[in-house]
Every structure is written in C-alpha cells, then in structure tokens.
Design a protein around this ligand. Structure first.
Ligand SMILES: Cc1cc2nc3c(=O)[nH]c(=O)nc-3n(C[C@H](O)[C@H](O)[C@H](O)COP(=O)(O)OP(=O)(O)OC[C@H]3O[C@@H](n4cnc5c(N)ncnc54)[C@H](O)[C@@H]3O)c2cc1C
Length: 403
C-alpha cells in the first residue's frame, strides 16, 4: 500500500534539472508546498548538456513509449500554457512540432526499420514509410545512399534549458521555492526511521516527503539518504555547427540510433541524430558510453559523430563546428525511469533514470509523480516505473546501485 502525502505537506525535491522542474510544477499546482534544492545553478547539469528531442520514433512498444506518447501531447500544450503564463519577456521554450525522419542506407536496414515501425503503429505511433524519393522531398540535402525512411509526425523538440527554467518559473508562481547552491548531504529521520527531511550544506530542511530527481547523481543522493537505486552515468557528446541557412528541416537520424538507445553495452556507440535549432545552428549527436563521470571530450568520439552525420547530410562536411560538449545521461539497466516511492524508506520518492529521454518524458513524469504522491488519477499505469520492479530487483540486491 503506497503511503500518500498530505496535500499541504512540504515536499523537498533534490535536483533542479528538467525532471525536478516538471515535478515541482505538477506538485505545486496540485497544492503541495514545494522546495527544490540544487547544489549548483538550476538547469545547469545534464539538462543543459543534451539535446531537446521529444521522440516517439526511437521507442518500441512498452511502458517508455506509453509515457512518451502522453508526455509529447503534454509538451505541445505546455508550450502555449507556459508562454501565456510567463508572458512575452520570458524566453520561448522553442517547441517545434517538426516531425522526425529515420533514414536507412541498406536493404537490411530498411527491413529492420519497417518491422520496427509496424510494431510502433500497432502501439499507436504515427509511422509513415516513405520512399527514398519522398524522403528527399522532405529533406532535399539527404545523401544519395539513403534507400528509404520512416516519417514520424509526432516527434518534436524544445530548448531544454529554457524549458526547465520555464517549468521552474511556473512552479514558483504556484508557490514553490527554488534554492540553488544547496547540496543535500544526508537524511533527517523521524519515528520508525521515516525520512522527515534532508540535511544540507545550508542547514536542515524538514519535509513530509523527499523526491530524488538528481539525474545521474541519483544513486549518490539516494545513498546519502540511506537508500539505493541503480542509476549510472552514460556519457554523451554533441557537436554544434555555426549558424547557417536552415537545411535540416526535421529531426533526422540514421536507423542505427535505435539500436544505440536500447543497448546495455558500456562500450562506445555512436549514431547520427541531426537537427537544426531556431538559432540556426545544427546539433549533431550523439554518443553513448559508460566511463563513469569522466568529463574529458574525446576527439575520436567527436570525429565518429561527424563522419556519421556527413554520411546522412554530405553538405555538413563543408560546415564549421562552433563547439562541442558532453553530458551524462541517467542510465537505468532496464531502460526505464523510476517514478514512485521507495518501499524501503518511507517518505522517499524517486523521479529519475530517464537516460536519453528525460526532456521528452519530463511532463508526464511530473504528473505521474504528483498523482502517486497526492492520490490523484494518473494518465498511465505507475507500476512499470516502480523502483522495486522485477527487472531491477537482482541488480539492487547485488549492490549494482552503488557501483
Ligand atoms: C548528449 C546527450 C543528449 C541528450 N539528448 C536528449 C534528447 O534529445 N532528448 C531527451 O529527452 N533527453 C536527452 N538527453 C537526456 C536528458 O538530458 C536527461 O535525461 C535529463 O536532462 C535528465 O534530467 P534530470 O533533471 O533528471 O537531471 P539533471 O538535469 O542532471 O538534474 C539533476 C540535478 O541534481 C542536482 N544534484 C545532484 N546531486 C545533488 C545534491 N547532493 N544536492 C542537491 N542537488 C544535487 C544536480 O546539480 C542537477 O542540477 C540527452 C543527454 C545527453 C547527455
């Protein structure tokens, strides 16, 4: 039986990234008194070091796709809601419902993509197979080697930092307090070992419930509070071109991207995910590798990203790269976020482990968490995201959480 949180209780959220921001907004608007704590500036960690893809196209049938479908619909409304609420002086979240185009360069690749799209269609995704010629009508600069593609009209994008800041601003308007440069260091425990708040570098903060939304650092925060969760960092790098006339109209990626998102391997994987931004730059992502929190950029990885992008859009070979950056995805071994209470430590909740989809999944995560905490109706079944789900149990039992 899940213990509900009194709607008037104080909720502390650890982490002011896009996930913490979405949770803060959902909880504050439902009437909870929310305090968000972050050890650095808001929206400055993983949420500032990724891309803003909101994708259904890379998700096979299952709970992640169900969450994504709900979340992408929420983003489309949120863009207007936040603009109305925050006014014209607040930066736009740059929501663009531009659609995604997954391209392949071989007959085998096309077979695989076709089968995948068919399964997605059965799960309610709009996935339209297009010929190579039609793909070139959508993207005139595609490489001649492209033999086919699937178009996903539901794919979209936002600017993640602006989106996180807007969600936090909206949460503040609903009464939430956001405190930065406050690091959570330990638990406050009450009767029966219940979590009643957190110790921080700026003193103690009492709360009826604590939510860990600390991205790739969630295992460390959980451990400080006396709990375990199997989140690990998965490094990713991105190239950014100089601004140019728009030549990439959709989110375009090669069919390998899906394999990379679903793999569990620690070794380096790259695939081309290419999109333009409102500022005129083109973002070229992304790599995946498990190397802990090693924050050194690798020219080998960046070169591989560039090669893959040029194989999709040859004109990029003549484009200048303005900068590159990296971030750490909050990786779960079973590729699903954790959204819900910790059964072992009363008062502790999680909203974390979204790996490469935290921006896309943030609104539905906030709603699902608030529904669970406050006993409201939820748009999706919460059980697949539980921390004690069968696919995570052996890993926690063997201490993988603390690796
Ligand atoms: C290269 C790359 C590309 C990506 N592309 C996409 C994409 O296109 N679409 C998409 O949906 N997702 C993408 N992602 C994933 C997405 O960025 C993440 O899933 C998302 O940002 C996670 O947000 P978060 O709020 O959970 O974590 P974060 O943004 O990391 O926020 C966690 C916060 O917790 C704080 N914190 C940690 N420890 C403590 C402590 N002890 N006390 C207080 N605060 C603490 C941190 O300072 C941080 O601000 C990408 C990621 C990478 C790296």
């Amino acid at each position: 039986m899940i213990e509900r949180v009194d709607v008037a209780a104080d909720v502390v959220i650890v982490g002011a990234g896009i996930v913490g921001a979405a949770c803060a907004r959902a909880l504050a608007r439902a009437g909870a008194r929310v305090t968000v704590l972050d050890r650095v500036a808001a929206a400055s960690a993983t949420s500032a070091h990724g891309e803003g893809n909101l994708l259904v196209s890379d998700k096979g049938p299952g709970p992640e796709l169900e969450l994504a479908k709900v979340s992408l619909r929420r983003w489309a409304h949120l863009a207007d809601e936040l603009a109305d609420e925050l006014g014209p002086l607040f930066p736009s979240i740059e929501h663009e419902a531009k659609g995604g185009l997954v391209v392949v360069t071989s007959a085998d690749g096309l077979d695989g993509l076709r089968g995948f799209a068919e399964a997605q269609r059965a799960a309610g995704v709009e996935a339209v197979e297009v010929t190579a010629e039609q793909a070139r009508e959508l993207e005139p600069d595609l490489a001649p080697g492209v033999v086919g593609a699937v178009y996903y009209p539901q794919d979209a994008q936002v600017q993640p930092v602006a989106a996180a800041e807007a969600l936090l601003a909206s949460a503040r308007r609903a009464g939430a307090v956001v405190r930065t440069e406050v690091e959570v260091t330990g638990p406050l425990l009450g009767d029966g070992g219940r979590l009643t708040g957190v110790a921080t570098t700026r003193g103690e903060v009492s709360a009826g419930a604590v939510v860990v939304a600390a991205g790739p650092w969630s295992a460390e925060v959980a451990e400080r509070l006396g709990a375990r969760i199997a989140v690990r960092p998965r490094r990713g790098m991105v190239l950014v071109t100089t601004p140019m006339r728009q030549r990439v109209r959709h989110k375009v990626y090669d069919g390998d991207y899906f394999a990379a998102t679903q793999s569990a391997g620690a070794e380096l994987q790259t695939s081309a995910v290419i999109e333009s931004t409102r500022g005129g730059t083109v973002l070229i992502g992304s790599s995946r590798e498990q190397v802990g929190f090693d924050d050194r950029l690798s020219t080998q990885v960046l070169a591989q990203l560039a090669r893959r992008a040029v194989a999709v859009f040859p004109f990029l070979a003549r484009t200048n790269v303005m900068r590159s950056y990296l971030g750490f995805r909050p990786y779960m071994p079973d590729h699903l976020p954790v959204i819900g209470p910790d059964p072992a430590l009363p008062g502790l909740w999680f909203a974390t482990g979204h790996e490469g989809a935290g921006v896309g999944l943030a609104p539905a995560t906030g709603d699902l968490l608030a529904a669970g905490m406050l006993g409201l109706a939820a748009a999706v079944d919460p059980r697949p995201y539980a921390v004690d789900r069968p696919t995570l149990r052996p890993r926690v039992a063997h201490g993988e959480a603390l690796a």
